[in-house]
Design a protein around this ligand. Structure first.
Ligand SMILES: C[S@@+](CC[C@H](N)C(=O)[O-])C[C@H]1O[C@@H](n2cnc3c(N)ncnc32)[C@H](O)[C@@H]1O
Length: 593
């Protein structure tokens, strides 16, 4: 059944054109280079997850499926300052598109950080939501309607997962595959096309697998086409589906857009982008399963009698498993049930923004219908939580379905369930600001990101001014600056001009701790002193150099919160999973009964 929103939908979730690659994301409209694809999503930080779980998730020491979706903090603006080790779960365009090195057509934009107007001195919701939002997909080139969206996960992602994914071609594999293709097509088969096809099949099935073998076209037909137009063009053609097919077989991914919620204290929310009739799928939500919710526990450190941290023989602080200090923020973005240890975290586009309304929700969650399932295994509903623990890729799927007509721009609201409602009410009743909350200034209150935004109130105090009027202890100032040449930074300790050759994308390699020395109030530029690390030939950090730079624009000076000081670490931050209604929660998963 084609849903009525499918007619105007511009972004679909549908089976990928890469065989066995599961879900894919497709544009149903032509998109110009530089334009946005879909709507921006949240990035949900997960901090020190290996330490808290006492193992290495990449090596499978504990069950952590998000490892296949999470982004390194270096890719997410200021996120790397949050903790010793931090990654981000990014639903939507951050998690769903596949990777195809030669056809990468979308990149992810800079993720903004702010507290969604919540302040720890007055809002009981402070620290209960992610401050990292606005991460959008940007087209790297013009995209034809029907094109599958591909992002670049980085080659490392594939090499780390070779035992699960097999040998996926990387950029170099195609360079090696092309001469093989050409050589094959110089062979003379005396017009015997069957023999030609058989030999091609034999080559593709060759038992010594390699990435370049995987880069060769799958069929003899594709190979014939590739010799005329090249492997890349053949793959490009194969990665486009008809819009009609997408409307019939896909699920719409752009019915929701983010905005500031109409719900008091809830932060951001999801809003309908178009009219959605009762009964229609508002958004699909593939689910990442966490079999044992203890994986989200945050532990304290083991202390000696004098109150010092006890270290392991490798010099690492030991966790105290009898002291649970809190839960990862991710819990607030996952679903669970009071009689089960299982958590299910949606990674569909926009669904993470949906807020709670007990009295008049306009959507509900249902298990996806079998005929519309993209990854859903109905049989998993009869299996145990231990069975789910053995499943190393997602296989469950909700749909958010409209329970009444939803008007364009109306906020989309779900009943998170009575347990959640009770927990939130209890939180409101007991909540009081933490000590010093009224004086707390979050880094985002002081930041601006382009010249226009920076006009007005965003003056940075110079070093001398800070002596008299210091910033709060949680704040740290960093400056974005680009060197022309790595060597330059080791000898040039005074540079006249600020330089921005690299694209500003919050990229770590262009930022340094800095001290503003003076400010030109008329042109709003600063002279600053950067702390530039010096590395030896083995990339060991051996020294720091102080480099003075002139004419630094205001937006290149950024405030960050020091580790473990932002709102998500508040001791009184609300944490509770959303509830899956009992009537759809499988009995087989009730392992706490
Ligand atoms: C799935 S997230 C929803 C998106 C979230 N508002 C944001 O800005 O990222 C769930 C969290 O949103 C907040 N929230 C949702 N509904 C709320 C409500 N009715 N009242 C207060 N806070 C709410 C709570 O912090 C909850 O843990």
């Amino acid at each position: 059944r084609e849903s009525s929103t499918a007619q105007t939908c511009a972004l679909f979730m549908a089976p990928s054109t890469i065989p066995n690659a599961g879900i894919g994301v497709f544009t149903a409209i032509n998109v110009k280079e530089g334009e946005q694809v879909g709507y921006p999503d949240l990035a949900i930080p997960v901090t020190d997850v290996d330490w808290h779980n006492g193992g290495n998730r990449q090596e499978g020491d504990y069950h952590w499926l998000w490892k296949n979706y999470d982004w390194l903090s270096s890719a997410i603006g200021h996120l790397s300052f949050e903790a010793e080790e931090v990654v981000a779960c990014i639903p939507g365009v951050g998690a769903m598109p596949n990777c195809h090195f030669r056809l990468s057509n979308v990149r992810e934009s800079f993720t903004k950080y702010d507290t969604a107007t919540l302040h720890r001195s007055k809002d009981a919701g402070a620290g209960a939501i992610s401050g990292y939002s606005g991460r959008e997909g940007i087209a790297l080139r013009d995209l034809r309607e029907g094109s599958e969206i591909f992002v670049d996960y980085g080659e490392h992602w594939f090499t780390l997962r070779e035992n699960v994914l097999g040998l996926v071609p990387v950029a170099e594999s195609y360079t090696l595959a092309e001469p093989v293709l050409e050589k094959f097509h110089t062979l003379d088969f005396n017009g015997q096309n069957d023999a030609k096809a058989d030999l091609w099949a034999l080559i593709k099935d060759f038992s010594y697998k390699s990435r370049s073998l995987a880069a060769l076209p799958r069929t003899i037909e594709a190979s014939n086409r590739a010799i005329d137009v090249g492997i890349k063009e053949t793959e490009l053609e194969a990665s486009i589906r008809s819009v009609q097919w997408l409307k019939q077989n896909g699920k719409c991914l752009d019915n929701l857009r983010p905005g500031m919620s109409s719900v008091d204290g809830a932060g951001r929310g999801a809003f309908a982008t178009r009219f959605i009739p009762k009964g229609d799928i508002v958004a699909p939500a593939p689910l990442v399963h966490i079999p044992y919710k203890d994986a989200l526990s945050l532990f304290g450190e083991m202390k000696d009698e004098d109150g010092f941290n006890i270290l392991s023989s490798e010099g690492i602080t030991i966790r105290n498993t009898s002291e649970v200090r809190g839960k990862q923020l991710l819990l607030n973005y996952c679903f669970g049930h009071s009689k089960s240890t299982l958590l299910l975290c949606p990674y569909g586009s926009g669904t993470t923004y949906i807020n709670h309304n007990h009295k008049s929700p306009n959507v509900k969650i249902v298990w996806t219908e079998e005929s519309k399932a993209l990854i859903h295994n109905t049989t998993w509903l009869q299996q145990s939580v231990d069975f789910l623990e053995d499943q190393l890729s997602p296989g469950l799927e909700f749909d958010y379905v409209a329970i009444r007509n939803i008007q364009p721009d109306e906020e989309v609201l779900l009943d998170y369930g009575k347990d959640w409602e009770d927990a939130w009410r209890a939180h409101l009743k007991n909540w009081k600001p933490v000590e010093g909350a009224d004086k707390f200034v979050d880094a985002s209150q002081l930041n601006c990101f382009d010249d226009d935004e920076c006009k007005g109130a965003h003056v940075v105090r110079t070093h001398a001014e800070q002596e008299v009027n210091p910033y709060t202890d949680n704040l740290w100032i960093w400056c974005y600056f680009s060197y022309e040449d790595e060597r330059e930074m080791t000898w040039n300790i005074e540079l006249d001009e600020w330089r921005n050759w690299g694209e500003f994308n919050g990229d770590n390699k262009f930022r340094y701790p800095c001290t503003p020395l003076s400010r030109n109030d008329a042109s709003m530029v600063y002279s600053v002193e950067l702390v530039v690390p010096v590395y030896d030939d083995y990339m060991a950090h051996v020294d720091d150099l102080l480099v003075e730079v002139q004419n630094v624009p205001r937006w290149a000076i950024q405030f960050v919160n020091r580790q473990y000081t932002s709102d998500m670490y508040l001791s009184n931050a609300f944490r509770h999973e959303m509830m899956i209604p009992d009537k759809i929660f499988p009995k087989a998963w009730k392992n706490l009964e």
